[in-house]
Design a protein around this ligand. Structure first.
Ligand code: SDX
Length: 427
């Protein structure tokens, strides 16, 4: 690959360096383009734009490869834990036993929320969507934790990072409890990160709560699969918010808001609702035709991806995990058969083959979460819970980059050129 490219704009020829990473596409460094040519690049949706340099996560969309700090997602899902993957994302290397124990203990020391925060929930209607509650409550954390909002202080950045990772399960469980009118359950630090979350969600004061190991392991695997994913829309939102110097709690709240969209993290809720609407396999073909119809806004939720033009490796693990949870809970869900059949039909349909549309992380997750007992409107909350470590790691990577500056894209202006004001009596 050449180490520079030439751009001839008609009023001169300019050269721009080509930069190479450790793996993946090279980039053309166009930081001087506007200053030299007076022209912008144009890339709505950023389909061909690298917004930053990062060492956290690498995706090869054509091969269906996802690496976190070089480790394949399939190996991490099968052999690691969400706490260990969190340590890896934040610190760059897998921890040894004492490092992992210290990290886990540190996170567990931040699982409680300020008691005043519990009254914050009472301002919401009981039927408020839990993602609306997450946006509000996480944004409000900056009103409670002033001592970890100075982003120039690495110690405060570390504390805020630990607080966010530790408190998301508590806040998420409280959102669920509030929606079902049950009392909040305090964290139990004798349990694992994920076991504690399950107890805060499904435990009640009147009964002992036993964590089912197979469910705990499946939930932990689901958290690993959602931890980070390069510069997706919500991560880019967190980075852009952070680039202005906003405090980390506000930045993560911005990420939660972006994740909520059905084209992004909201797809897991939309995918299960779609499977419920399809119902039985005999109805699948009708929905496949709707998904292919340009005049029909319907899309197969949980299918397609901006980067993966092959099977999302997370969907592979997710599909296997469905069977593990069904076996552990001795349940079955006919929607799983519908999902498997839908996948089989879509993957053999020329439209999906030509457009390289495969199941993504959101296609099967709802079936597992529903089997475990989560209501559909909690699915994206769980995605946000797990993605918080990725958002925090990406935010830290950006903030600690000495070259970091505020993100401020330009535009192709197509509005009216300058004109004079006309008084209302003349209009
Ligand atoms: C996540 O970016 C990430 O990494 C995100 C994520 C993460 O971990 O952070 O992986 C999580 O968001 C997964 C994606 C969840 N979203 C969905 O499942 C919603 C359904 N999928 C689509 O909305 C769509 O596939 C996107 C939004 C995911 C990707 O859209 P792109 O990259 O902008 O692609 P596109 O919309 O331009 O689609 C390309 C073509 C279009 O047809 P043409 O206009 O070229 O004729 O494929 C078609 C689309 O109409 N298409 C679909 C489709 N997805 C794309 N057709 C039917 N069903 C679909 N699901």
């Amino acid at each position: 690959m050449a180490n520079q490219v030439k751009v001839n704009t008609g009023n001169g020829e300019f050269e721009y360096p080509v930069l190479s990473g450790s793996v993946g596409p090279d980039v053309i460094d166009i930081r001087k383009l506007y200053g030299q040519t007076g022209m912008f690049t144009y890339d709505p949706g950023f389909t061909s734009t690298a917004s930053c340099e990062s060492a956290l996560t690498y995706i090869d969309g054509d091969e269906g490869v996802l690496l976190h700090r070089g480790y394949p997602i399939g190996q991490l899902a099968e052999q690691s834990s969400f706490m260990e993957v969190s340590y890896l994302l934040l610190n760059g290397e897998l921890p040894n036993k004492s490092e992992l124990d210290n990290f886990t203990r540190t996170i567990s020391r931040h699982t409680m929320v300020h008691e005043q925060l519990t009254s914050f929930y009472k301002g919401f209607r009981r039927d408020a969507h839990p993602m609306a509650i997450m946006c509000g409550v996480v944004g409000a954390l900056s009103a409670f934790y002033h001592d970890s909002t100075d982003i120039s202080d690495p110690v405060q950045r570390r504390i805020a990072s630990h607080r966010l990772i530790a408190k998301m399960p508590t806040i998420a469980a409280m959102a669920y409890k509030y929606s079902v009118g049950q009392p909040f359950i305090y964290p139990d630090n004798k349990l694992s990160y994920t076991g504690n979350f399950l107890k805060m969600t499904f435990g009640v004061p009147a009964e002992e709560y036993e964590v089912i190991p197979a469910v705990e392991s499946a939930m932990d695997k689901i958290f690993i699969l959602h931890a980070d994913h390069e510069q997706n829309a919500s991560t880019s939102t967190v980075r852009l918010a952070g680039s202005s110097g906003a405090n980390p709690f506000a930045c993560i709240a911005a990420g939660i808001a972006c994740l909520w969209g059905p084209a992004h993290g909201g797809a897991n809720e939309a995918a299960l609702n779609m499977l419920k609407e399809i119902g039985t396999p005999d109805k699948i073909q009708h929905y496949i035709e709707r998904a292919k119809d340009k005049n029909d806004p319907f899309r197969l939720m949980g299918f397609g991806h901006r980067v993966y033009k092959n099977y999302d490796p997370r969907a592979t693990v997710m599909q296997q995990t469905v069977r593990e949870v069904f076996d552990a809970l001795k349940v079955n869900d006919p929607l799983f058969e519908t999902a498997l059949r839908l996948e089989e039909i879509a993957l053999n349909d020329p439209y999906f083959i030509e457009k390289k549309l495969f199941p993504n992380v959101d296609f099967y997750s709802g079936i597992i979460l529903s089997a475990i007992g989560f209501p559909t409107d909690m699915f994206t909350v769980l995605f946000a819970l797990a993605r918080t470590v990725g958002w925090v790691a990406q935010w830290n990577e950006m903030i600690s980059d000495p070259g970091q500056k505020i993100g401020r894209p330009r535009q192709l202006y197509t509005g009216p050129t300058q004109r004079d004001y006309v008084g209302i009596d003349k209009r």
